[in-house]
Design a protein around this ligand. Structure first.
Ligand SMILES: C[S@@+](CC[C@H](N)C(=O)[O-])C[C@H]1O[C@@H](n2cnc3c(N)ncnc32)[C@H](O)[C@@H]1O
Length: 208
């Protein structure tokens, strides 16, 4: 199957959308067209962060909850990104792609699954925490089954989307490349429920 590429205008930026075919792989960054894309952006990985790194060693700052993965820290992604200082060149954001995948992963790692681990809070909380730490002109490269990325509310604009078709009725892997805009933004607050934010009480509708 050939490579198909179109350029479209989106908001203030021009974005390129490309579609390629490749076999699926749980270690996303080994998929050939994705590896090629990452080579164009990540360089030697200096001041890049990968809070769900799996087997990838591309980013200088790496973390994965799975303790069997060597050469990285093993915290919850949110705790890991909280420790990061400002002026990051970019983030590779490749978490489990659904609540079900989070559940399966946590069960495998003998980790308790809370409600907030399987709704939008899981993704939004990490994005919100790390977004201000990426320098203007830096990148967020997100992987999943949607092209939401970090979004304009967190100060990013999409510059490129890569669709990887895996054939049959598999979901595509969607790679969304965004650049941090050069303007200051107000990070949206996490809206507390009456009585404050309690673990397991978040509701998906509260997050973009
Ligand atoms: C899609 S895989 C990442 C694959 C990686 N990009 C690669 O190419 O090798 C998602 C990873 O997130 C890890 N993970 C799941 N929940 C996590 C959490 N809350 N904090 C940190 N890592 C987590 C899993 O152990 C898994 O290795």
């Amino acid at each position: 199957m050939g490579v198909c590429s179109v350029g479209v205008s989106a908001g203030s930026a021009d974005m390129n959308i490309t579609r390629e075919w490749a076999m699926p792989n749980r270690w996303t960054f080994t998929i050939a067209p994705i590896k090629k894309l990452l080579d164009r952006y990540v360089g030697d990985g200096t001041e890049w962060i990968d809070p769900f790194c799996g087997t990838s060693t591309l980013a200088a700052h790496r973390n994965d909850l799975d303790p069997t993965i060597k050469g990285c820290s093993h915290k919850l992604a949110l705790d890991f990104v909280k420790e990061m200082t400002d002026q990051l060149n970019g983030i590779l954001f490749d978490p489990p792609y659904s609540g079900r995948q989070v559940s399966e992963c946590y069960t495998h790692l003998k980790q308790k699954v809370h409600m907030d681990d399987t709704n939008s809070y899981f993704y939004w909380s990490v994005k919100r925490e790390v977004a201000p730490k990426i320098k203007p002109g830096g990148y967020a490269i997100s992987f999943g089954w949607n092209s939401s990325g970090f979004g304009g509310k967190l100060g990013f604009e999409i510059i490129e989307i890569l669709l990887i078709c895996h054939g049959s009725n598999h979901n595509d892997t969607i790679v969304t490349v965004e650049r941090k805009m050069n303007k200051s933004i107000l990070i949206p607050p996490i809206i507390a429920q009456p009585g404050g934010i309690q673990p397991g009480t978040h509701n998906a509708v509260m997050y973009p």
